[in-house]
Design a protein around this ligand. Sequence first.
Ligand code: FE2
Ligand code: FE2
Length: 256
Amino acid sequence: MTDDDRYEDYLIQEALGDDYPQAGRQRMIMPHPIASVGTGMESLEMPLLAKMSPNAVFMMGDNPRLPRMPAKPHLLDFFRLRFGGITITHLLTSAKRALEQGQDEKTVMAILLHDISNGCFVRADHGYWGAQMIAPYVSDEIAWAVKYHQALRYVADEANGYSYPESYLKFFGHDYVPPNYIRKDAEEARRHRWYMSSRLVTLYDVYFFEKSEPVDPNIFTDIIGRHFKQPEEGLGFDGSAVAHMWRTMIWPNNFL
Ligand SMILES: [Fe+2]
Ligand SMILES: [Fe+2]
């Protein structure tokens, strides 16, 4: 593989006006350290920096490959315009099933949000990240349920109808043992008064991507209206302690 082949996905031709002096300029995407460390792609750092010129600058702002987000984004804009297909299908299908089976609105809301971090942000420790991202906008109980679903997914609770997931045997292998912090947090959750809120998230947390019908996100508009305090300025621009996380999903390729 030549260097140019390796760069290809990280270079974007920028559309500039005819009379712009730097017509033909490229925007380069530097892979995020957290997504590239250990993969070989971290070695793009030096070569991309070396490619910098007036005609090759780094990506800042709207990546033309991505749909443009509205100025004041709502929760569902992230579902529609940013989240990957697997996450969208998984969240919408799980939440719809909970809704159809008569679960209360806070449970449906927690299920709709439980893997939000996987959508366009960070996979590792996704329950913890997801809980932080939503904390200013939902009840403490919903954020709690999202945080602890990650640990509870590893722990069977046959009395409540939850077995260790088949999908985890496939994802991680039969010999995988969760680390101590996961076991400790699962035990803490087990003793908590909100245990069942998080356990319900895991009960509806089923992977059935292939056989699921498309779900219209608008069926959740009313529940979101009642359980998610959408900031007037838009997610990312309300000055909250987590606004930067939402901005990172709006402009996920920013160099800095
Ligand atoms: Fe999850
Ligand atoms: Fe999930």
